[in-house]
Design a protein around this ligand. Structure first.
Ligand code: CDP
Length: 243
């Protein structure tokens, strides 16, 4: 809890944002030559690189599913991505994040079109500042589109936090660490509309009304991020000023 650090001052957050304001987001599709699809994304101070391979033959072969593609997702934090040195390699946290993120994406990928194949998604957190799993999902979604993987829609993700009694959008690390609750969301967006929640995690404590407010705020946030995801994809694939 925020005993020493004041997270809200004069109705503004620690970085000057309004309660319903996202951090600055920058998205670039198709940045890696050797991946089938890729995306570089910044969400505030988070810096993420996502790469997608596939559909391709499953390695090792015994993992192949005769009726659909398998989807693998690896969330990895670079040792230099956080303030205190992180031990390289997987840990319980990254295994859990990889699992829930994979499940969110798997629900929208048309895996049935690619039996015996794999779709491999690698996300590298180069710099983290809270909400890294949400930034990674946003980058992975764009990288999947860039790889030409058929999908029913797109996954767009943002976290909401409770900070000094207020529900706020897209928390930074201080808000995540010292706030009362942190709730990462991911939504399935189809034809420009939110269809369903694909990921919802929570630590901390919220009342029913606060949770309803959190969902509303997350929905507002993801529609703004969705627009930026679309723009990044359009920018790469649609050249509008050609005669
Ligand atoms: O990043 P996200 O909010 O999805 O996950 P978290 O487990 O709630 O972590 C919040 C933040 O704590 C991360 O984004 C990092 O900035 C920081 N963190 C860290 O400094 N060292 C770690 N080993 C893990 C997280």
């Amino acid at each position: 809890m925020s005993e020493d650090i004041k997270l809200i001052v004069n109705g503004k957050r620690i970085d000057g944002r309004a309660f319903d304001e996202l951090r600055n987001i920058r998205i670039e599709a198709g940045v890696l030559k050797n991946a089938d699809g890729s995306c570089y994304l910044e969400m505030g101070r988070n810096k993420i690189m996502a790469a997608v391979y596939g559909p391709r033959k499953v390695q090792p072969r015994h993992l192949a599913d005769p009726v659909k593609a398998i989807v693998r997702y690896r969330y990895n934090m670079a040792p230099f991505s956080v303030e205190e040195r992180k031990r390289p390699g997987p840990d319980r946290r990254s295994v859990e994040i990889s699992k829930v993120s994979r499940e969110a994406l798997e629900s929208i990928i048309m895996t049935e079109l690619f039996p015996r194949s794999s779709i491999d998604i690698f996300v590298e957190v180069l710099q983290a500042d809270a909400g890294s799993r949400t930034a990674c999902l946003n980058a992975a979604s764009v990288a999947l589109v860039d790889a030409g993987i058929p999908m029913r829609g797109i996954i767009t993700s943002v976290a909401v936090a409770k900070v000094d009694g207020h529900i706020v959008l897209d928390p930074v690390k201080e808000e995540d660490n010292f706030g009362e609750a942190d709730i990462p969301f991911a939504f399935f967006i189809r034809n420009g509309k939110i269809e369903s929640i694909a990921l919802l995690q929570m630590d901390g404590k919220l009342t029913k009304n606060e949770l309803i407010e959190a969902v509303k705020l997350a929905k507002k946030g993801v529609m703004e991020i969705y627009k930026l995801q679309r723009e990044a994809i359009m920018k790469k694939y649609i050249v509008e000023d050609v005669e």
